[in-house]
Design a protein around this ligand. Sequence first.
Ligand SMILES: NC(=O)c1ccc[n+]([C@@H]2O[C@H](COP(=O)([O-])OP(=O)(O)OC[C@H]3O[C@@H](n4cnc5c(N)ncnc54)[C@H](OP(=O)(O)O)[C@@H]3O)[C@@H](O)[C@H]2O)c1
Length: 280
Amino acid sequence: MEIKGSTNVVALIGHPVEHSFSPPMHNAAFEALKMDYVYTAFDVNPNDLGNAIKGADALNIKGFNVTIPHKIEVMQYLDEIDEIAALIGAVNTVDFKNLKGYNTDGIGAIKAIGDVTRIKDKNVVIAGAGGASRAISFYLAKYGVNSLKILNRNVEKAQNLAGDVSDSGLIDGVEADSIKNMDLSDANILINTTPVGMHPNVNDTPIASTEMMHEDLTVFDAVYNPNETGLLKEAIKAGAKPVYGIKMLLYQGAESFEIWTGKKAPVDVMEDALTRTLGL
Ligand SMILES: NC(=O)c1ccc[n+]([C@@H]2O[C@H](COP(=O)([O-])OP(=O)(O)OC[C@H]3O[C@@H](n4cnc5c(N)ncnc54)[C@H](OP(=O)(O)O)[C@@H]3O)[C@@H](O)[C@H]2O)c1
């Protein structure tokens, strides 16, 4: 990659950012399409977020990915928020063409699951009620699932999210319950958005009994370290279809790439780079 006077800059902002997988994934895409772009990362202290957005706009930076802890706070510095990002209440992508914020996390999960099964009219159980669950739940509602049940350790948080998604008008009657009461007998899709099973606790699973998984189930685990979590291993044993967390990472990046550049993302190239970076 040659950096020239004309090179366009896109970047990740967060605090911290040094362990991000996004720079190699996007730079591989720019190289493959011979685009005069570079993707880097900036560690931005929360107190400097407003200045960072104004400065980036002044420097003609083309786009940002936004990660923890700035996904909510960044919205106040933007001119426009995409409709579903506004419902989610968090932004992970900024397009400086119009200073507009988007959330591509949810669509990333939808595309990952959509690779192996249809989402419309399905019964979905989602474990967790944090940021990832929120982003995915609104998109599930938008994509016309038949039912959505949000399960969480802290039930009140699940109830609040279920209320917000129902209030969006995209879906009726989202249910909420304790994660301990998980029942998958009528479920077609199970999504884990808790960190349970993440390295080093690789044998933990977020469900009380793995016996409840069945052949008509698709299981998506947002955890991508390890690639094949304990939950996915058990899902495969049960004859369920696994969807790997890395795919969400890939498709959220591809979506952001398309927002900034207006070009179709080279998903295969990005997946290769991601796989290499993760050492898979
Ligand atoms: N693949 C991807 O692209 C991608 C993208 C985003 C996130 N993720 C992964 O998704 C996971 C969640 O991220 P997030 O941003 O949503 O985090 P978050 O906002 O902190 O939410 C975490 C959720 O997990 C629950 N939880 C935490 N520890 C638990 C435990 N020991 N047992 C049961 N539930 C537990 C929390 O429940 P309480 O409310 O009861 O605390 C909460 O609902 C992380 O592992 C992250 O790496 C993956």
